[in-house]
Design a protein around this ligand. Structure first.
Ligand SMILES: Cc1cc2nc3c(=O)[nH]c(=O)nc-3n(C[C@H](O)[C@H](O)[C@H](O)COP(=O)(O)OP(=O)(O)OC[C@H]3O[C@@H](n4cnc5c(N)ncnc54)[C@H](O)[C@@H]3O)c2cc1C
Length: 480
């Protein structure tokens, strides 16, 4: 193959993990990132002063959110499957996260309020390491920067692509043949044999490809109108005793919820989440009132007993968007799309980094097994397949929030009803049901696991004889 030099656009999680894969093969790769000076370990923070050390809610030595990734201020759950995939790509990263203050926890110790009640509490399930998004990104970036052949170039905002005979001369005006030239607003253009767009959900790739004769991809958007409001609190990791964190899902009929998760630096990230008219406000009194109005007072109790650091930040770009490059009749060689640029999910379900890491593993496999002509197109199909299940989970739930009664197949309807049945069993203390749901949620297993005969038997028994008592409320310090 001829990928002597690769360019990755965007140094978010997808871009960095892509660079990790390409760099590990010994190939030269340049990552072009629009944000400035990421190597300081203190990203830029437009609201809290640039380059002036930690702002409010930040701790000395802990990376700060940056302008190009505004979602970095909100809690990010790295699903179990994502943690495993990143560990496979960058062995030892889990340990580095913990050494830097990331909090290891078991999902069985989370107080988890789902649609039908509390999930069974206190039975070991999946390991997570809870850390802020900037810390995860900072540690991944540090590892990627150490790879020979990897150059991380900040302050390079890409504005377009062209194809040239040799990567420097005038553009050929088509997407076929020659080398790519990646043009930047404020930096010199860079020639490349392989270009990977990892510029996130606002990717401009369709606009860049239009002048080269590539059609716009069919794009599906599902927007349930979710908004986040997040605040940082100071409290020790055992602030909730045996409870490792709180997750209250927004559910149809009660589309408001929130999370509280411990992260590095003796802090907790608390987010309130709600759809459309239930979106949380950014003023402190409104934020507190929002938490008090949730289905359970656990989050309001938490914030009342913790010390708030800094302002509330909001984020409202949460739509699901999928660009079907795999369905275009023509796809140029030497071009890939990864992460949110290909398929972005409503973040309420915590899937984006996990999907990006899974896609990076697929890229690694493709580069290892040889790159025969057309490999890019075949890989893009596989990258989409990696997004199929998380897309079905996120859009399936969001369409329920929207109240969309668009016809779905009889099989989907049946499966949706059955998932609800398994959820009901879990809310009544059935650990097998909870485990099966967890496996799907953490993208560890396929939904086929929900069809276990023991679950069918439990559901029939429940219908005939009644279900056991609901799972009790986890041992949270204060309760109604
Ligand atoms: C509020 C919120 C909460 C989230 N919570 C979770 C969670 O709990 N768990 C989870 O797994 N995921 C979560 N996500 C999703 C997660 O952030 C992303 O899916 C994941 O990080 C992969 O993103 P990415 O690297 O593809 O894109 P991004 O993280 O958006 O990175 C894109 C990068 O490209 C750069 N860039 C953009 N345009 C250009 C350009 N023209 N030239 C150069 N550089 C450019 C940007 O500056 C940025 O650095 C959340 C997202 C949001 C919005």
């Amino acid at each position: 193959m001829s990928t002597e030099h690769s360019v990755v656009i965007g140094a978010g999680m997808a871009g960095l993990l892509t660079a990790a894969v390409i760099g590990a093969t010994g190939r030269a790769v340049t990552v072009l990132e629009q944000d400035q000076d990421q190597d300081q370990g203190q990203g830029q923070d437009q609201d809290q002063g640039q380059g002036q050390g930690p702002g409010k809610g930040q701790v000395q030595g802990v990376p700060m959110p940056r302008g190009g990734v505004p979602q970095g201020r909100q809690p990010h759950v790295l699903l179990h499957q994502g943690l495993s995939a990143i560990e496979e790509l960058l062995p030892g990263l889990r340990g580095e996260l913990i050494a830097a203050g990331g909090v290891p926890l078991d999902t069985g110790d989370l107080a988890w309020l789902g649609e039908r009640g509390w999930a069974p509490f206190g039975t070991p399930a999946f390991e997570l390491v809870s850390a802020s998004r900037p810390l995860v990104e900072y540690l991944v970036r540090r590892r990627v920067a150490e790879l020979p052949g990897v150059e991380l170039r900040d302050g390079a905002r890409v504005r377009g692509l062209s194809r040239t005979a040799n990567g420097t001369g005038p553009g050929t005006g088509t997407a076929a043949g020659g080398r790519w030239l990646v043009e930047c607003f404020d930096a010199s253009p860079v020639g490349a044999d392989l270009v990977v767009d990892a510029s996130g959900r606002s990717s401009r790739l369709p606009d860049w490809l239009g002048p080269l004769g590539i059609e716009q991809p069919a794009t599906t958007v599902v927007d349930a109108g979710f908004g986040y409001a997040g605040r940082v609190y100071a409290a020790p990791p055992d602030h909730l005793g045996h409870v490792a964190g709180i997750v209250m899902l927004p559910v149809p009929g009660a589309p408001a919820g929130g999370v509280a998760l411990p992260v590095e630096g003796g802090r907790w990230l608390v987010a309130a989440v709600g759809a459309e008219n239930h979106r949380p406000p950014r003023d402190p009194a409104g934020f507190d009132a929002f938490l008090s109005g949730l289905r359970d007072p656990a989050l309001a109790d938490f914030t009342r007993r913790a010390h708030a650091l800094g302002d509330i930040t909001v984020h409202r770009r949460t739509h699901n968007v999928r660009r079907r490059y795999d369905r275009l009749p023509h796809w140029p060689d030497g071009l890939l799309v990864m992460g949110d640029a290909l398929c972005a999910f409503n973040p309420v379900y915590g899937q984006g980094i996990t999907v990006a890491a899974t896609q990076a593993l697929l890229l690694r496999q493709a580069l290892a097994t040889g790159t025969r002509p057309g490999w890019e197109r075949r890989l893009i199909r596989r990258l989409h397949r990696a997004a199929d299940l998380p897309w079905a989970i996120a859009t399936g739930e969001d369409l329920r929030h929207i109240g969309d009664d668009a016809p779905v197949s009889a099989l989907d309807t049946l499966f949706g009803r059955w998932s609800g049945e398994v959820d009901r069993l879990a809310a009544h203390g059935n650990l097998r049901a909870q485990r099966a749901l967890d496996r799907v949620y953490h993208l560890v297993g396929s939904p086929a696991g929900l069809l276990h005969p023991a679950l069918l038997a439990a559901a029939v028994r429940g219908r005939l004889l009644g279900l056991p008592a609901p799972a009790p409320r986890p041992p949270l310090a204060t309760s109604r």
